[in-house]
Design a protein around this ligand. Structure first.
Ligand SMILES: Nc1cc(-c2ccc3ccn(Cc4ccc(CN5CCCC5)cc4)c3c2)n[nH]1
Length: 245
């Protein structure tokens, strides 16, 4: 998979050089490029923003630098490959979920446009529809200062699903949201810690009982912390967790 990220703060994406995603890039499992939007400006001040039409606080990101930057990325595309998906982090986007992470992990190329200020001139989104599959995407119902933090989260959630990135793919199946429920609690040595013992069933060696206990814990936790997910789960609308890549 190829991922391109465009931002006025490319250094914000430096954490993607670390840990599992960093190793996936070194191993050639993930082809990730970060681009500085200012490299696509033409004025001597390398300006990327201007005042909003209609008034209001703050500044809006100019359209032309974005069109230049995004056009350069579609040209990088190999012939015969599906249109790249342009993901635009936004408080007004569709909600990013584990199901979407699975779906996007199957794409050939993802391009992330990190807005700042009060957002990007809307005409960029309209223009991009001719070159990309455009998906405004929200990380959650809160307002960040820009798209970079959302991109870090989405690239990690998507990248870890790619073949070979996570050492043991089995660990991807039994995690929160992969089967529609929250994950079960985990424990490790010592068996007794500050007078708190590991649930005896986990020391029993009875794998049927252990699986049963874990499933029950998933239900209990989900009912307690995220009853909204239970409605989805009970309705059988499970996110795709059975997909293998
Ligand atoms: N899930 C999630 C994603 C984000 C996110 C993603 C990209 C950008 C780019 C700029 N901002 C800051 C920001 C500030 C003010 C407004 C609200 N204004 C009211 C009138 C016009 C706009 C919107 C946006 C982002 C925020 N936040 N949360």
């Amino acid at each position: 998979m190829r991922i391109d990220v465009v931002s006025i703060f490319p250094e914000y994406l430096a954490p993607l050089e670390l840990s599992l995603i960093g190793k996936a890039r070194q191993d050639g499992l993930l082809d990730l490029h970060v681009h500085d939007l200012r490299d696509f400006t033409t004025d001597k001040h390398r300006s990327v923003d201007d005042t909003p039409y209609g008034g209001g606080a703050g500044m809006v990101m100019k359209a032309e630098p974005w069109a230049q930057a995004l056009a350069s990325l579609t040209e990088a595309r190999r012939d015969g490959v599906a249109r790249p998906v342009l993901i635009v982090p936004s408080p007004a986007g569709e909600r990013f979920t584990q199901a979407l992470a699975y779906e996007l992990a199957e794409e050939d190329q993802l391009v992330f446009a990190c807005g700042r200020y009060e957002g990007i001139d809307e005409r960029v989104i309209e223009w991009a529809e001719d070159h990309f599959t455009v998906r405004p995407m929200s990380l959650g119902d809160y307002v960040l200062n820009g798209g970079e933090v959302a991109v870090l989260a989405m690239v990690e959630a998507i990248g870890r699903l790619l073949p070979g990135v996570v050492g043991n793919p089995d660990s991807l199946v039994e995690e929160s949201h992969s089967d529609g429920l929250l994950e079960y609690p985990v424990y490790t040595k010592p068996a007794s810690w500050r007078e708190r013992d590991v649930p005896a069933v986990l020391l029993s060696g009875n794998h049927g009982k252990i699986a049963q206990w874990r499933r029950h814990e998933q239900y209990r936790r989900t009912a307690e912390r995220r009853p909204d997910l239970l409605e989805t789960f009970d309705a059988g609308k499970l996110p795709r967790a059975d997909r293998t890549f």
